[in-house]
Design a protein around this ligand. Structure first.
Ligand code: NAD
Ligand code: DAU
Length: 348
């Protein structure tokens, strides 16, 4: 089986590539990634020489390139993770999210369709999406697979649009697809623009911890390796044309999570300014900020037997230790252009 994994040099993608290479030595894994600011081949340095692995540098928004690639390799399956993934960046530059997340996905769908020409026996297009497509929950309730889409940010609107196109290609052209919508991931190799790695890095640099609004926004956190396991299960056992929600069953208000993170960091570091909680600074809220995400993961549990394996405390400890032991990785990815983004986003 020849599997194309897009976005495999990014945070979640690199964990998925590694899991598939280790678990399925008979599959040929092709990792297509444009290596944007968020993609980094260092994430996969431990598996880069594995025989059944090929890295292809390329941009999914380039239609003719994508068509030729499918023509050449005749991929049996696609696991599509490549995306612009950061909400704050989508507020600064929505169009790049439309290009990659919507047009890029359509290019892949077209290429997959052209390549198999209606013969979809044992073929699959698996689209990795987010719980943000459902919009925001109030203080109660959970996102189910049947919850209506109501995206509130340019990022989530572009992901919602790509989900709709995947489904539409299934209905219109008979393309066999699967979609999963997952909650917030955390773990090693996450670009330090997202809450947890950003705050770990800021504590190390004695910089303020910019909590948006009143800090009472709630997210459902899942350890990235548990997401990769869910993707593996859905890929192999999911029912075609179905959607699966994946979540951590682990809701935290941002401010409580940040305090916990500070306390865990304090235990490891000997800070000369007391507790890192002193760095917490409430800043202007994110426009269109969704109040709460929480997933009802009963479908994937009942149908496929999946539940998260890693507790939040265990996962957070592992994550902090990874960032403390990989300061060079952080320095490499945060040099250059990232500094410009940081100034624009946080005004300092
Ligand atoms: P990421 O930003 O860390 O990685 C995205 C990867 O896609 C990078 O390697 C980047 O180089 C690549 N990429 C971007 N534009 C590309 C293009 N035009 N052509 C080819 N490659 C391109 O993202 P992530 O957090 O790993 O998320 C991966 C997927 O999972 C995304 O589709 C995202 O919407 C989804 N998701 C993420 C989370 C989360 O918490 N991070 C949760 C649920 C779903
Ligand atoms: O829910 C899944 C989504 O989770 C994924 O689809 C996205 O790709 C991923 O980026 C993530 O989106 P969020 O916007 O929830 O993640 P982020 O880490 O950016 O923010 C988490 C919460 O923390 C959110 O309520 C905003 C808040 N926050 C974030 C940053 C970067 C702050 O208070 N301060 C910050 O500086």
């Amino acid at each position: 089986m020849r599997i194309l994994i897009t976005g495999g040099a990014g945070f979640i993608g690199s964990h998925v590539v590694r899991l598939f290479l280790k678990k399925y030595p008979k599959y040929y894994i092709y990792n297509l990634d444009a290596l944007t600011y968020a993609g980094n081949l260092e994430n996969l340095h431990d598996v880069e020489n594995v025989l059944n692995y090929t890295f292809i540098k390329g941009d999914i928004t380039n239609e003719s390139f994508v068509l030729k690639l499918f023509d050449k390799y005749q991929f049996d399956a696609v696991i599509h993770l490549a995306a612009e993934s950061h909400v704050d960046r989508s507020i600064l530059d929505p169009l790049s999210f439309v290009k990659t997340n919507v047009l890029g996905t359509i290019n892949l769908l077209n290429a997959f369709k052209n390549c198999h020409n209606g013969n979809y026996d044992r073929k699959l297009f698996y689209h990795i999406s987010t719980d943000e497509v459902y919009g925001s929950l109030g203080l109660t309730g959970l996102f189910k697979e049947t919850t209506a889409y109501q995206p509130n940010s340019p990022y989530s609107a572009s992901k919602a649009s790509s989900d709709h196109f995947v489904r539409a290609y299934g209905e219109t052209y008979g393309l066999p697809y699967l979609i999963s919508n997952c909650s917030n991931n955390y773990g090693s190799n996450q670009f330090p623009e997202k809450l947890i790695p950003l705050f770990i890095n800021n504590i190390l640099q004695k910089k303020q911890l910019p909590v948006y609004g009143d800090g009472n926004y709630t997210r459902d956190w899942l350890y990235v390796e548990d997401h990769a396991i869910a993707i593996d299960l859905i890929f192999h056992k999911g029912k075609a044309k179905e959607t699966y929600n994946i979540g951590g069953l682990n809701e935290w208000k941002n401010i409580d999570l940040v305090k916990l993170l500070c306390d865990k960091m304090d235990k490891r570091l000997n800070l000369d300014f007391g507790s890192s909680r002193n760095l917490i600074t409430y800043v202007k809220d994110r426009p269109g900020h969704d109040l709460r995400y929480a997933i009802d993961a009963s479908k994937i549990k009942e149908e496929l037997g999946w539940s998260p394996l890693v507790t939040f405390h265990e996962g957070l400890e592992k994550t902090i230790d990874w960032y403390l032991n990989n300061k060079d990785w952080v320095d490499n990815v945060t040099s250059g252009k990232y500094q410009e983004y940081y100034k624009k986003q946080y005004n300092n």
